[in-house]
Design a protein. Structure first.
Length: 1019
């Protein structure tokens, strides 16, 4: 290399170091004659010199040099260009050097540095041919050992293309395994397979999800040979590697993947103890903590506390003095846990997180550990982005700076997934940026999100895709760029569907739906804004009470023609669905047990996997039968319209941060009513109180106070009911009722989405001095019933059509403390005598009820009820021996016509809180009414709060008279009974019930507390 050319290299390097970011490519293009292997050598030497001077640019230069061979087309005829013959000769030189030096890293790396440009695709192609030649001329095991040495060396080589180096490593391991067989050399085979699995897990090229699957498959093969009994230490290492692969897994059930990782870590820790293998124990404990930090199942707050405790254990061994790099890794992970921590003061947790990151940065520097440093800088940026203390504007600036620094190392070429993650996070910061031009900040955010979605696709990286697409679509919505928002929401929905379909167990499906949260509502709103109303309806229906819909479609499908034409296929399907129902019941049992936060039993998971695969195969066969092409697919708009009943519009009520709407579906029209005065923020304020108030107040706060002390807080709760229902008229029900009347209808069925399901919409009111209570309520204007979704109406209608409603089962006061229960039950059974069964007092046990219900046509429960909004499966009706829970109700199959059970026409839940839904995932509408609809009941009357024993008795006594004596349909009978109770004087009520009253002119039950809690769900 002549001195003049070396000087030209140095000048180019110094220009690259000094040029503005983004102009490097132009500079290289202008100096194309200098782009050769010698330039790479001089860059490496120059970086060494910079490092000796303490200059932080050394790491950047090394990273830039590593990308150069792949990023730029080098001059034809330079030493980096080679023919296939040249590649074969170069490959032979490498193997000869490895043989001569016994794989000495220093000597091999020096040779590779001098020839870094020849680490290319041609070398990748040459290696298999060379292996075939060499094993013909030499001892095959010797050649295999040489290839394994090269594979282990090249995967850690810091120059050249990281992606290509990984491919070279994989191809060498694959060649070695042609000779090292499981049968002949099981130990060496297992070690080589383990190396190949590690390479697959870290692979950059190809489908990342498939790479991880290949790694898992390889580890599982290794563990068949490398057992705990014969190689405990190596077995534990492979178990940790398998756990790492499960932790990173993209395909499959996300929640279960993490559970599998935790289980594998815990098994490895039985061998890797703190006493005999302290360093490996600490590494495994650190990885276990990572899994706990991201765990989906169990209590989220406790999972993070478990992670923190495990990191702290690891740091007792991983000290800065003894293991500085490992110490910094655990410090970073501990900082991540503090940043996500739920317990304790959030602001202080983030400060502790930042402090821990800063300590880790003292070890993980850009010069020494550029990749680790970049990961750490991204986490630092996340902490500043989330920071509460300090100046918010400056915190976001600090986050942006840190993201940009991380992106100098996390490039798209060398680390595409990590680059996309950092770009997505940078987009988050730009979208919330306070300083600078707001419009430009938003465009920068949009550009960054769009870039991330080039890597994050719904098929390959669905979880990341969902997050990035949701954020971008939300940003478009905030700018009212509805067409772009709608298109991007569709990407997010596609990713969410991929994740949902991958979920194996009920809790995993629930976790995916909870993560998806308001996506269907926001997507539907954007679609409606672009005029795509039918698509908006489809999105809402598919995102509403999905578990209910899938169960009803699966278990109640009309397969009569299939039974006649393909009886074997029909029987196969029926057997599978019965097994699935049984499996779901087992899962609900586990979810409500003391072991609900433990790892899922392996047999349960394996059974679920087998049944799902068998069901999918069976469905494929059924869909080939004429008339069943669309069997068990998501509902189309035509399917939804088919659920309509004559003269009864179906109305979806939707709130979003950008506004609200109702989609009105009738047999003739599909229309939208915009309700933008009621935003999601306004609704949350109604339910929870001011956003900046940490204490829950308003509707839910007042109810909780009433629940805790009904006497002391009765007046406040009544006042809150008044305030809330008045707001609901002005913002929602008033405009809707006006629209419905203009369309000429006098009844509607509501599908309230999100938190609207918590509220008595039929009790919304406006002032009206012409009426006695000086109020006009929604139920005065129009007949209102509810349904979780449209699909459930079809199943309910089928039951209603075949059940005569001539017999009743009544549950009477199991705890013997309801003064008016006997009178209420007598009113309930009178119209059905002699076909009435009463389970009174101690006869009303959970077993007796479950045994008797399938024979009933009407069920009336006069008892206590309780709701657990956080764990709705434990909500229930109090029998003599305990709760009849929602979990128990899900297990019933009241409409199994193959067993002679047609279903129930109506269930009346005369108890407290029987209509409350689970609030963790409001759009799943998990509640007693939903459970009964799924079990086989056509309609349910239930309450939204703790009700009065006496007023409830009067309300339901009148209901039965109106239904059974006057001939009103049950939903209309409930409405008229509510109006009667509200408007009647004490004298009128006394005359009706045979009571005495000293104040006959009073109206004791005018307030909606007494009558508005009850609503009618179903047909």
């Amino acid at each position: 290399m002549d001195e003049q050319r070396v000087q030209a290299y140095v000048e180019l390097i110094e220009q690259l170091l000094g040029c503005p970011q983004g102009e490097e490519a132009a500079l290289l293009h202008a100096n194309a004659e200098l782009l050769d292997a010698e330039l790479l050598l001089v860059m490496e030497q120059y970086a060494d010199w910079l490092e000796s001077q303490g200059n932080g640019n050394a790491s950047w230069l090394r990273q830039f040099a590593a990308q150069l061979p792949q990023a730029m087309e080098l001059r034809e005829g330079s030493p980096t260009s080679q023919s296939q013959e040249g590649a074969a000769a170069f490959a032979l030189e490498i193997m000869q050097l490895i043989a001569q030096t016994r794989g000495d890293q220093v000597q091999v790396y020096a040779f590779l540095r001098a020839n870094v440009g020849q680490l290319d695709e041609l070398l990748l192609q040459a290696l298999p041919d060379l292996f075939g030649i060499l094993i013909q001329q030499n001892e095959p095991m010797l050649i295999a050992a040489m290839f394994i040495l090269f594979g282990n060396l090249i995967v850690e080589f810091p120059l050249g293309s990281r992606m290509l180096n990984m491919e070279l490593s994989i191809i060498t391991f694959q060649q070695a395994l042609r000779v090292i067989t499981r049968e002949a050399r099981p130990v060496e085979w297992a070690e080589s397979m383990n190396n190949l699995a590690i390479a697959y897990r870290n692979r950059i090229q190809g489908d990342r999800a498939q790479n991880i699957e290949d790694a898992i498959a390889a580890y599982q093969q290794v563990l068949q040979v490398m057992t705990r009994e014969n190689q405990p230490v190596n077995w534990a290492s492979s178990m940790v590697n398998l756990a790492n692969a499960y932790y990173s897994r993209i395909w499959g059930d996300r929640a279960q993947n993490i559970e599998d990782a935790i289980a594998a870590y815990q098994q490895a820790l039985q061998v890797r103890t703190s006493e005999n293998l302290p360093i490996k124990w600490a590494a495994s404990i650190n990885n276990l903590a990572n899994a706990y930090q991201d765990r989906i199942r169990g209590d989220r707050a406790q999972n993070i506390e478990d992670a923190i405790a495990a990191y702290q254990q690891a740091l007792q061994v991983r000290t800065r003095e003894n293991l500085p790099v490992e110490w910094a890794e655990s410090m970073m992970n501990l900082a991540n846990a503090y940043r996500k921590r739920i317990q304790g003061d959030r602001a202080q947790n983030i400060e502790e997180s930042i402090a821990a990151y800063q300590q880790a940065l003292q070890v993980k520097t850009r010069e020494k550990l550029p990749v680790d440093w970049a990961e750490l800088m991204m986490n630092v940026a996340n902490a500043y982005y989330s920071r509460i203390q300090g100046d918010q504007a400056q915190n976001i600036e600090d986050a942006i700076t840190a993201y940009q620094q991380a992106l100098q190392v996390r490039t798209r070429e060398t680390m595409p997934v990590e680059w996309a993650t950092s770009i997505m996070n940078l987009a988050n910061a730009y979208s919330d940026r306070i300083r600078g031009d707001k419009a430009q900040n938003l465009e920068d955010a949009i550009t960054a999100y769009q870039s991330s979605l080039e890597i994050f696709t719904p098929e390959l990286l669905p979880d990341d895709c969902r997050r990035s697409a949701c954020s971008l679509a939300n940003l478009y919505s905030d700018q009212q760029r509805w067409q772009e928002a709608a298109q991007t929401y569709q990407i997010a929905l596609q990713a969410a569907e991929t994740l949902y379909q991958s979920a194996l167990l009920l809790d995993s499906k629930a976790a995916e739906l909870a993560t998806t949260a308001d996506l269907p509502r926001r997507a539907a709103y954007a679609l409606a804004c672009t005029g795509q109303l039918s698509q908006a309806v489809e999105v809402l229906e598919r995102g509403r009470a999905r578990g209910l819909s899938e169960s009803l479609e699966r278990d109640r499908a009309d397969l009569s023609r299939l039974e006649q034409t393909y009886p074997a296929l029909y029987q196969q399907y029926q057997a599978l669905t019965a097994q699935l129902r049984n499996l779901e019941n087992q899962q609900r049992d586990l979810a409500t047990s003391s072991q609900r936060h433990d790892l899922t039993p392996t047999d349960l998971r394996d059974t679920a996997t087998t049944l799902r695969d068998q069901l999918n195969q069976t469905l494929t066969q059924i869909r080939q039968v004429e008339g069943y092409v669309g069997f068990l697919v998501q509902p189309s708009f035509d399917d939804i319209r088919a659920a309509l009943r004559p003269d009864n519009p179906l109305i979806y009520l939707v709130t979003t941060p950008n506004g609200s709407m109702s989609l009105i579906l009738t047999g003739q029209i599909l229309d939208v009513l915009w309700l933008d005065n009621l935003t999601e923020e306004a609704l949350r304020a109604i339910l929870y109180g001011p956003a900046n108030d940490p204490e829950i107040s308003r509707y839910l706060g007042a109810y909780q106070d009433f629940r805790n002390d009904s006497k002391a807080n009765y007046s406040a709760w009544c006042q809150e009911i008044d305030t809330t229902t008045h707001q609901l008229w002005n913002a929602l029900m008033g405009p809707l009722i006006q629209k419905i009347k203009e369309l000429g209808f006098d009844r509607i069925t509501l599908i309230p989405t999100g938190y609207l399901s918590l509220l008595p919409l039929h009790a919304a009111w406006t002032e009206d001095l012409s009426t006695c209570p000086c109020r006009r309520y929604a139920l005065d204007e129009i007949h209102i019933t509810y349904t979780p979704n449209a699909q459930s109406l079809n199943a309910a209608q089928a039951i209603s059509d075949r059940v005569q409603a001539n017999s009743i089962l009544a549950i009477d006061n199991p705890r013997q403390d309801l003064l008016n229960s006997e009178r209420e039950v007598q009113s309930a059974i009178s119209p059905f005598l002699p076909q009435a069964t009463i389970l009174r007092h101690n006869r009303a046990t959970t077993t007796a009820v479950k045994t008797t219900l399938p024979q009933a046509e009407i069920a009336h429960f006069s008892c206590h009820g309780t709701a657990n909004p956080r764990e709705p499966l434990t909500s229930g009706l109090l029998m003599h021996d305990g709760l009849l829970t929602l979990k128990d109700i899900f297990a019933l199959n009241l409409a199994d016509t193959t067993q002679g059970n047609p279903g129930l026409r109506l269930a009346i839940l005369s108890a407290c809180e029987t209509g409350m839904i689970g609030i963790e995932n409001a759009d799943e509408a998990i509640s007693l009414p939903t459970g009964l609809l799924q079990a086989g009941v056509a309609a349910v009357i239930a309450s939204l709060w703790s009700v009065s024993d006496r007023s409830t008795m009067l309300l339901l006594t009148k209901f039965y008279d109106l239904w059974r004596k006057d001939g009103l349909e049950p939903g209309q009978a409930l409405r008229q009974a509510q109006i009667w109770l509200r408007d009647s004087t004490a004298g009128e009520i006394a005359a009706y019930g045979g009571f005495f009253t000293p104040t006959p002119d009073e109206r004791p039950y005018t307030h909606p507390f007494h009558w508005a809690a009850f609503s009618y769900t179903g047909i």
